[in-house]
Write a protein that binds this ligand. Structure first.
Ligand code: HPA
Length: 238
C-alpha cells in the first residue's frame, strides 16, 4: 500500500463511535474486514484539509484473536507513516461525577490483560496531544473529564463486586480495548492520545444490566460530541 499523502492523524473508532460523513471528503476505503464479532473498515479521508487514516472497528482478545490481530491497526498505521494517533473506546463509567455520553481523556491506565508482548513505554500518552485535545474541547465547548482507564479482556461486563473493587483501585472507567494498541503504537514511535466514551454507568446498587445494544446506542449519541471536537483538534496538527 502506497500512501502519497501525509497523514495528519490516525483515528481508531471504538464500538458505536463514528465520524460524521458530512465532515469528511475524499473518503477512500482501503480495507473491509467482516470476520469476527466486530466489522472493521479502514479508510482515508480529508477533514478540514488534513488527511486522516481511520480504523472503524478493531479486534478483541475475547473474540479469540491473538496479539498480532489485536494490534493490526497499529501496524497498518506504521506503514502509512502515521505519527499522531487518537484512540477511542466505549467504556463503563466508574467515577460518580460521570454521566452517560461524557468524554474522558485517558491520563493513565491499569492493565488487566495478561497477553501483552511489549514492554510498556515509560510514558504512554503524549502530553502534546493531550494539551491539543483539551484545547480543542474547550474551543468547541465540549466537557472533558480526565481519568484512569482499566483494561480487561472481557467480554463480560462487571459484577457488583468487580465494580466495588474497580472503584477501590481508583479507576474512572473500564473497557476491553485500547491498552494493547497504546503499547504497540508507543513502541513504534507514534504519539498517542486516548479517549473513553462513557456509554454506561457502573453502579454497585442497581438492578440495571449493561447490554452491548445500549452501549452502542449511547456511543452513537456521544459520537456527536467527538465530531464537534475533531475539526478543532485536527486544525492544531501539522
Ligand atoms: N465494562 C467494560 N467494558 C465496557 C463497558 C463496561 O461497562 N461499557 C463499554 N465497554
Amino acid at each position: 500500500m502506497v500512501f502519497n499523502n501525509n497523514i495528519s492523524l490516525g483515528l481508531i473508532l471504538g464500538s458505536g463511535v463514528d465520524l460524521d460523513d458530512r465532515l469528511v471528503s475524499e473518503k477512500n476505503v482501503l480495507l473491509e474486514d467482516t470476520t469476527g464479532v466486530h466489522k472493521k473498515t479502514v479508510y482515508t479521508c480529508t477533514l478540514n484539509g488534513k488527511n486522516l487514516l481511520v480504523f472503524k472497528g478493531r479486534k478483541h482478545f475475547y473474540e479469540g484473536w491473538g496479539y498480532d490481530d489485536i494490534t493490526a491497526n497499529i501496524k497498518y498505521a506504521v506503514i502509512a507513516g502515521v505519527r499522531n494517533l487518537l484512540i477511542t473506546n466505549a467504556a463503563g463509567g466508574l467515577n460518580p461525577n460521570f454521566t452517560e455520553g461524557d468524554l474522558m481523556l485517558i491520563t493513565s491506565h491499569i492493565n488487566f490483560i495478561d497477553k501483552l508482548r511489549k514492554e510498556p513505554a515509560a510514558s504512554h500518552y503524549s502530553r502534546r496531544l493531550q494539551r491539543l485535545f483539551r484545547k480543542a474541547c474547550s474551543r468547541s465547548k465540549v466537557k472533558l473529564h480526565e481519568g484512569t482507564y482499566g483494561c480487561y479482556s472481557g467480554p463480560t461486563y462487571e459484577t457488583k463486586a468487580e465494580i466495588r473493587l474497580q472503584k477501590k483501585l481508583g479507576l474512572d472507567a473500564a473497557g476491553m480495548s485500547t491498552v494493547p494498541e497504546v503499547y504497540e503504537a508507543k513502541n513504534s514511535g507514534i504519539a498517542v492520545v486516548a479517549l473513553s466514551i462513557i456509554t454506561n454507568l457502573l453502579k454497585e446498587n442497581t438492578t440495571e444490566k449493561t447490554s452491548h445494544e445500549n452501549v452502542l446506542q449511547t456511543a452513537e449519541i456521544a459520537s456527536l460530541r467527538l465530531n464537534k471536537v475533531l475539526p478543532a483538534f485536527i486544525s492544531e496538527l501539522n
